[in-house]
Design a protein around this ligand. Structure first.
Ligand SMILES: Nc1ncnc2c1ncn2[C@@H]1O[C@H](COP(=O)(O)OP(=O)(O)OP(=O)(O)O)[C@@H](O)[C@H]1O
Ligand SMILES: [Mg+2]
Length: 374
């Protein structure tokens, strides 16, 4: 498995991968040592109960904290029910009612029924609207170790698929297939996140076709329990137009429906450059759903800024107007009404850092404030 992946990644990432491998080896050595320690202590027990307790406690203390059980392809490492998914999304993701409804429904149905095919969701929308955030919330609900799980994989255009020449694309396609196959054959419930889809070589993701189709198995492996997420900015503009037209005609944002958007997103993904261009995944209807991430309004960005303030857990001598100051550094469109943030919530944290650096807002001692005041 590591071998297959090495080919996909550049030298720097390669080292990172090897380090991960070594860390895993160290963990296993610690676990073995823990077992020997326990065995040794058990024998001592019959000889001297007091000594046993002392030795066992010190061994437990030494190894217990360091040793973590190896993640396995079953409960409790992998969840079969996701009771908190909706609540988590509603608490953490602002302004994306279409996303929340679609994700909760599609992921739950996929887990509950015996799926006919792997779940493939295309997350589309402007920058900073929450695509990676939602992907990570799905991972946290599906796997005990969330994004750190061995069953969660993120592949990005700039890191893994830099070259666009034809011979590279042929090579990448072959590598993707071997890599998906290697992972799914070791555990069927995998989460694959393909990020920056529009910057991948044209049609690259066609390599996934055999795994997303309605086959019971492909060369002995069943891919139907896996989930594939495709993230990208495609369709951001059409979503902006749809949301804004709706707003101008007096409609409420929450009345927008997915069915009004899906077709536009599908067309956009098919016709734009990138991993889904003229894609067989699209024209064979293998993408299960197109999930629209609407542009975030100023009020949503204010919510993000408020969260950022809470996260920093400090009181500011002069915090009045801090959120407004952050918001004033961001760009909103259209110019006359300044309704939608062109960078969503993405630059909020950065803006806080800059403003703090100016020294106007001095942090006081941690914990010495009442959060309800914020
Ligand atoms: N709808 C949202 N609600 C709450 N926080 C959000 C939302 N959208 C984005 N954020 C916050 O903004 C930052 C960037 O979000 P994220 O990485 O999910 O954006 P993205 O849609 O993947 O953007 P890009 O297209 O540039 O990759 C994160 O800190 C995230 O928590
Ligand atoms: Mg992203």
């Amino acid at each position: 498995m590591a071998k297959q992946m090495e080919c996909l990644i550049e030298e720097g990432d390669h080292r990172e991968w090897l380090t991960k491998g070594r860390t895993k080896q160290k963990k296993m050595r610690l676990q073995t040592a823990l077992l020997w320690g326990a065995f040794f202590s058990y024998n001592l027990r019959s000889a001297n109960a007091g000594l046993f307790t002392a030795v066992f406690e010190s061994l437990k203390d030494f190894f217990g904290r360091a040793a973590t059980p190896v993640e396995q392809c079953r409960e409790p490492w992998i969840k079969t029910e996701l009771p908190n998914l909706r609540a988590d999304l509603e608490a953490k993701v602002y302004g994306q009612h279409l996303v929340i409804d679609s994700v909760v429904k599609t992921v739950r149905v996929h887990l509950r029924r015996s799926p006919q095919k792997a779940l493939a969701l295309s997350f589309q929308g402007w920058t900073g609207t929450g695509k990676n955030l939602v992907a990570s919330i799905i991972a946290q609900n599906l796997y005990d170790r969330g994004m750190r799980s061995e069953y969660v994989h993120v592949l990005t255009a700039y890191k893994h698929f830099k070259q666009h020449e034809e011979e590279w694309v042929v090579y990448y396609k072959d590598q993707i297939q071997q890599w998906v196959e290697g992972n799914v054959s070791s555990c069927p419930r995998q989460l694959f996140i393909f990020d920056e889809v529009e910057d991948m070589p044209d049609g690259l993701l066609d390599a996934l076709k055999p795994f997303l189709d309605h086959y019971e198995s492909v060369q002995g492996t069943d891919y139907r329990s896996s989930i594939f997420l495709f993230l990208g900015n495609l369709g951001g503009k059409v979503l902006y137009k749809a949301a804004h037209n709706h707003h101008q005609s007096g409609g409420k944002r929450n009345d927008l429906e997915v069915k009004d958007m899906e077709k536009m997103l599908r067309t956009k993904a098919y016709n734009s450059k990138g991993g889904l261009k003229v894609s067989r995944l699209i024209n064979s209807n293998l993408i299960s759903h197109y999930i629209p991430f609407l542009p975030l309004e100023k009020r949503h960005v204010q919510q993000c800024a408020n969260d950022e303030l809470m996260k920093r857990d400090v009181e500011f001598k002069k915090r009045d107007g801090l959120i407004e100051k952050v918001i004033s550094q961001l760009t909103f469109t259209p110019e006359d009404v300044e309704l939608y943030s062109t960078s969503g919530c993405k630059r909020v944290s950065e803006m806080f850092d800059l403003i703090m650096e100016e020294g106007y807002y001095e942090p006081r001692e941690k914990g010495n404030y009442d959060k309800s005041e914020l």
